[in-house]
Design a protein around this ligand. Structure first.
Ligand code: RNT
Ligand code: ZN
Length: 415
């Protein structure tokens, strides 16, 4: 049932020639890939993997961390039930669900099968990531570019198996699985031979990506980075490295919002990269002073990304994934807040009077462009969002807060 509030809002937007119904319909079609690792502080379910390492770090000790696949799935179900629309789960290889203890170079599809059964039941797609960190063979922060061939081969095998598992996910669930490759490789202090390290990474990737998989089942993505803790001087897989690689090899490029200089405008990169790539993967994140992976807010950076996706017509070939982890707050709330913020930003972007703004820009009428974008900020976006939530049978506002609090009370007894 449409509320009075929404009818009024629809009227106000239509005065600007903005169709709220079209925006709601477009938003319902956008699936966001929610990352499993927010649920347990990037720990995973291996019996002997250490802390995350690789220059990434979840901080905090809020009660309620998921310790088992069942706990993680319960938390995910709760989160998904509070997020409007239909979405995906992004799994990391260290989150297998098995009584066996396969090392990274021995993982197989059956170790992950319970996730697929669950995804089928939930009617969601799965994405995947090989895990190149939190492992004794990654302690030097070198994996695919390690000078030791034995170590490189170990990780190449892990990567190949991950791709096979991802392809099977896609086939089973009839939805292409994005397999995103991020390696922590880099040097704390100034290396002598950056070229050799990059050549080794290139060769390892080539070997890892050689087996062909049906693109309707699995798509490879590569994720660049600027620096991490302990790899301040050089990251082997830098932006230039992977941008070139993705173009030459036809993979997706993953742009993580925390993987650039803090003053760089990541939204600006979308159209530039998209001219040379078929598809892009995003890791939407919020870096604070460094790649701190804070929960995303409805802030200017996220809004700029959403605006670009809409105005550059990139929604059809961009996969929106999230990448943040905060252990100081309810982990379920973190997922819900972050995912809903991404959706809210997309809704606002879909409610832009694009024709009018383009016309002004092309006529060099930058005054109109500015006054319109600023006046738009006073329109009742909240009423359209509330309507979207109501139609999706998902709470908003105080009711949402009560649901999140209630769930957190239940999980906070976990040891
Ligand atoms: C690390 C990368 C990477 C990870 C996940 C866990 O800086 O952003 O995407 O966060 O794979
Ligand atoms: Zn990332």
């Amino acid at each position: 049932m449409t509320t009075k509030q929404y009818s009024l809002a629809r009227e106000m937007f239509s005065e600007w020639q903005i169709d709220t119904e079209a925006a709601i319909a477009a938003l319902s079609d956008i699936s966001i890939s929610m990352h499993c690792w927010q649920g347990d502080d990037v720990v995973g379910f291996e019996k002997n993997s250490g802390t995350s390492g690789g220059g990434i770090q979840a901080t905090g000790n809020h009660p309620g961390r998921a310790r088992t696949p069942d706990e993680l799935r319960a938390d995910l179900e709760s989160a998904f039930s509070l997020i409007p629309g239909s979405h995906r789960l992004n799994l990391h290889a260290m989150y297998f669900d098995t009584d066996e203890s396969p090392d990274r170079d021995a993982i197989e599809y059956h170790h992950f099968e319970p996730w697929v059964d669950w995804a089928r039941e939930q009617k969601i797609g799965l994405d995947f990531n090989p895990t190149f960190f939190a492992h004794a063979k990654a302690d030097d922060n070198l994996t695919l570019s390690h000078p030791d061939k034995g170590i490189r081969d170990f990780w190449i095998e892990h990567g190949k198996r991950s791709r096979e598992i991802a392809a099977r996910f896609g086939a089973e669930l009839q939805s292409p699985c994005i397999n995103n490759i991020w390696v922590p490789d880099g040097y704390k202090d100034i290396p002598i031979d950056r070229m050799a390290a990059r050549e080794r990474l290139e060769d390892s990737l080539n070997e890892m990506l050689t087996p062909l998989h049906d693109k309707s089942h699995m798509l490879d993505a590569v994720e660049s980075k600027l620096f991490g803790i302990g790899v301040e001087a050089c990251t082997v897989g830098s932006h230039e490295f992977y941008f070139g690689y993705a173009i030459r090899k036809g993979t997706l490029l993953c742009l993580d919002m925390g993987h650039f200089h803090p003053t760089e405008n990541i939204a600006d990169k979308l159209s530039a990269c998209a001219l040379s790539l078929d598809e892009i993967l995003l890791h939407v994140s919020r870096p604070m002073r460094w790649d701190s992976d804070h929960v995303i807010l409805l802030n200017d950076d996220i809004q700029a990304m959403a605006n670009e996706l809409v105005s550059a017509n990139l929604l059809g070939r961009t996969h929106i994934g999230l990448d943040f982890f905060d252990a100081t707050i309810s982990r379920t709330a973190a997922w819900v807040i972050g995912t809903r913020n991404m959706q809210k930003a997309l809704l606002r972007a879909l409610l832009m009077p694009l024709d009018k703004l383009r016309q002004a820009e092309n006529a060099l009428d930058f005054t109109t462009r500015l006054t319109v974008t600023e006046e738009l900020k006073d329109l009742p976006y909240g009423s359209v969002w509330n309507e979207f939530c109501a139609r999706s049978d998902v709470p908003a506002g105080r009711e949402l807060i009560a649901s999140l609090d209630n769930y957190q009370r239940g999980v906070s007894v976990r040891g």
